[in-house]
Design a protein around this ligand. Structure first.
Ligand SMILES: [Zn+2]
Length: 96
């Protein structure tokens, strides 16, 4: 028996309104949110979002991700050690 894939995408709600979908980034230790500008294949276990997402927040390292078929690719212009690496997306950690 194989383990089912876990859900790795979290819907982000604003009250009753769906704002977007987030994936967990183990480098930034937070969710990165794709809103309606991105194309999502609606697969919560093996998601693809197009195009890529640049997370550039003041005081934080630039994180440039591409999510394809459940993989999280860190693009070369990311300003952290995981650039050029691809990992399997992980579920969001349990809330404390
Ligand atoms: Zn990140």
């Amino acid at each position: 028996m194989t383990m089912p894939y876990p859900d790795v995408v979290k819907p982000i709600m604003d009250g009753q309104e769906l704002k977007g979908f987030a994936v967990w980034c183990p480098v930034c230790k937070k969710g990165h949110v794709f809103d309606s500008r991105w194309i999502f294949n609606m697969d919560m276990k093996r998601p693809t979002f197009e195009p890529s997402l640049v997370v550039d927040e003041p005081g934080k390292l630039v994180c440039h991700i591409f999510v394809v078929n459940g993989d999280l690719k860190y693009l070369p212009d990311s300003k952290h050690n995981m650039r050029n690496r691809t990992i399997r997306l992980l579920p969001f950690p349990k809330e404390k």
